[in-house]
Design a protein around this ligand. Sequence first.
Ligand code: PLP
Length: 563
Amino acid sequence: MAVPVPNRPRIAYFSMEIALEEGIPTYSGGLGVLAGDMMRSAADLGVPIVAVTLASRAGYFRQELLHGRQVERPEHWDPATRAQRLDCKVAVRVGNHDVWIGAWQYEVESHSDQFAAVPVILLDTDLPENRDEDRTLTHYLYGGDPTYRLRQEIVLGVGGVRMLNALGVHVQKYHLNEGHSALLTLELLRARGAADAHGESLQEAVAAVRRRCVFTTHTPVEAGHDQYPYGLAEQWLDGLVHPRVLHTLGGPDRLNLTRLALSLCGWVNGVAQRHAEVSRVLFPGYEVHAITNGVHAMRWTSAPMQALFDRYIPSWAHEPELLVRALRILDGDIAAAHVQAKQELLQFVTGMAGASQLDPNRFTIGFARRMTDYKRPGLLFSNLDRLRAIARRYPFQVVVAGKAHPHDEPGKRHIASLHAWAQELAGAVPVVFLPDYRLEVARRVVAGVDLWLNTPQPPLEASGTSGMKAAMNGVPSLSVLDGWWLEGCDEGATGWAIGDDGDFDANRHAESLYDKLEHTILPTFYEGGPAWSFIMKSTIARNGSYFNSHRMLRRYVSEAYWN
Ligand SMILES: *Cc1c(COP(=O)(O)O)cnc(C)c1O
């Protein structure tokens, strides 16, 4: 395996998490999955990128459920099993001493063999030359306390830039996927001799760094923006840049990594149109562009649906735009491919708690996402009597999955509530919670259900991507109008809206959800005519053809990287 080709200028894509493949736990959720999809598209399209992330040797966590309570287990993996150790080490100062950083190279292959793979550099401080407390710095993704997170971010940002230099990579632009890697901008300033600059020379150095950096913000939720007291930041950054410079660039009272990224990145975007609008209000004075997320078509399409596309739409995987032709698929063929994906999902869950209640002929609703307040996992269950009444006319079942961050107590309570509701509804509406939501679980659920449900509290869903994965498989969404769904919803053709745009009322959302299920969605499904097949096909044609990561990456290339 070769080290990254030194002479080819590359985009350096920095992300705290990247979902590479099943069995490599270097991600927690949507942010990492998106990064992984983007690298796959880069490999398919021959875009010269090198990704930088942490080795996360103990992963995020493996979720077990004990009587409805989430139990977290470490998920250890050995980079040596899937990546190549690079013969290169760099040191960064973290607090009052140096930490050595090693690197592994993982290769994201293209499905088409046409282009070179995309190298992913996994930074690893688990080296014998480090103190014990530093050896574990790249073990736990989003683990530990704020100090641990800050030290990790020094390793990722400052260490990552130094590692690419040491490897001889010629970096054209740095792309910061979320603020976690923002400290890399300080290393770029320092390398220009501007660590202690004043006035005009500081402005010039900032302008030079801004020309080389692109920043994607991913959430309007406060907890998504890391912030540290300046005292703590200065202690751990130990003279990387002068405190005066840090205060000028990092926000008024605390070091806010999103502020820092906004100060030092010349091109900034949100991940859907609405999210860009919301971000402009959150961060007045900054130009925020919109590049709506997309998912990797090949990665997220079930095997039966892939076979169908191969037959009707050859080269769809290389050119997902071609999925606009999905309307020419015969009704019987699309129905058969979906039935097969549904059966594969049911086989996959065999043996899991409650799975024996599931019936392949029953309408199946999927809901899988991070279990946290703003995703409102309880909205579907806000009126159990109404659910029972609907199910008496039109039977349906629900498949649920999702992890709560170990420190998110309300999120964990949502999991416990779902468990309790599932028990209350037993016999009327089967509800099954699949443990340990991860790539493999997601791939099967988005393809095997009949309807994808999403109930976030607007305007907090920046984009959402799981509904796009469902769309690739012909599965329509029923979702609140927020994030990508404002762009993807075509009522009755790609799915249905819950409530109206601008209505934030939870009771009205619940009413709308029940009304659409009872009066529109379930009758159409059970009617058995061509109407449901049309919805499946137009979901693929309209949303699969657009909300894919090939289109997303091309827009980053033409608007952000070439800018
Ligand atoms: C796609 C995905 C997510 C993100 O889904 P959202 O709709 O953005 O909430 C999270 N976890 C896994 C495992 C996924 O595959």
